[in-house]
Design a protein around this ligand. Structure first.
Ligand code: 1HE
Length: 261
């Protein structure tokens, strides 16, 4: 067994070459996220280094993640809920904007906060057992881990409203059609496919990956002309690197490119 990135009973972590793996490990609670689990997800991201060029997040057991640990949530005062929600935002921001591509490998429940974590990832691979749900309306609560922005950014505000009002369960095929997953694979194969993609993405030029993760998200929030100007600056920074020279040269010589480590 490879050396863990952090020592934790509820998050398993390891490195395989350039890919870091983070496994939610509360299968008996369907990987429901309590404060300790969120803290350990953050610790893994904080411990990553330049050598970790991609991350795969997955869950042990039959479910990716059943969302917020409702047992722990029962007794929170309003200010605690604000702080708790802002902490989820802090950690999901580290997933989305930590500077390295993150892939989610999903099976079974991708529910509530589980969907919010998945939505912060850049590439989502689901197997055919996956299902998606925002049951907050049914539980008398509201989303707090970023769904208003990130899930709405994927499926649109109108559908988030519908999902939260009805608690409807979308199956794996519907989820793929909506963009909740980008890849749909047979049961049990999500992790292997995500690892394959992660290896491939880890081999891209580091600055291209960085710009793809950061520039696109920020340009998406900018007014049109500001976005176009930012795009030109991102292009100027990326296109003038040694890696860009290598990538274009390799294409013209009909071979694969080897980028800087
Ligand atoms: C949990 C949780 C949880 C399971 N918090 N303990 N999320 C939800 O509303 C989803 C709630 N969970 C479910 O709908 C189901 O558990 C599943 C469809 C995911 C899985 O069903 P199943 O039949 O395989 O498992 P189970 O029997 O329902 O649960 C097994 C155990 O996990 C059981 O505990 P046990 O001690 O009785 O064995 C459950 O209580 C426990 N468990 N899910 C706590 N979520 C930042 S804001 C985000 C807001 C939200 O995420 S709201 C959505 C919360």
């Amino acid at each position: 067994m490879a050396k863990p990135i952090i020592s934790s009973a509820i998050v398993e972590s390891e490195r395989r070459g350039r890919v870091a793996i983070l496994r939610l490990n509360r299968p008996d609670k369907r990987n429901a996220v309590n404060d300790a689990l969120m803290g350990d997800i953050e610790r893994v991201f904080d411990a990553l280094t330049e050598r970790d060029r991609a991350v795969v997040i997955c869950g042990n057991g039959e479910h990716f993640c059943a969302g917020l640990d409702l047992a722990e949530h029962k007794d929170r005062a309003p200010f605690d809920v604000v702080r708790h929600s802002r902490y989820w935002h802090q950690v999901t921001d580290k997933i989305q904007f930590g500077g390295r591509p993150v892939l989610a490998a999903m099976q079974g429940a991708v529910v509530g906060g589980g969907l919010e974590i998945a939505a912060a990832a850049h590439v989502r691979v689901a197997d055919e057992t996956a299902f998606y749900q925002l049951p907050e309306g049914r539980r008398g609560i509201f989303v707090g881990g970023g769904a208003s922005v990130r899930v709405a950014g994927i499926v649109g505000v109108s559908r988030v409203v519908e999902m939260m009002l009805t608690g409807r369960r979308y199956d794996a095929a519907e989820g793929e059609r909506l963009g909740l997953s980008h890849y749909l694979v047979p049961p049990g194969q999500a992790f292997a496919r995500a690892m394959e993609l992660a290896e491939q993405i880890a081999g891209n030029a580091a600055m291209s990956n960085y710009m793809i993760l950061n520039a696109l998200a920020h340009i998406g929030e900018a007014p049109g002309q500001s976005g176009l100007f930012a795009e030109s600056l991102a292009a100027a920074l990326t296109q003038t690197t040694e890696d860009a020279r290598k990538g274009i040269e390799a294409f013209l010589e009909k071979r694969g490119a080897e980028f800087e480590e």
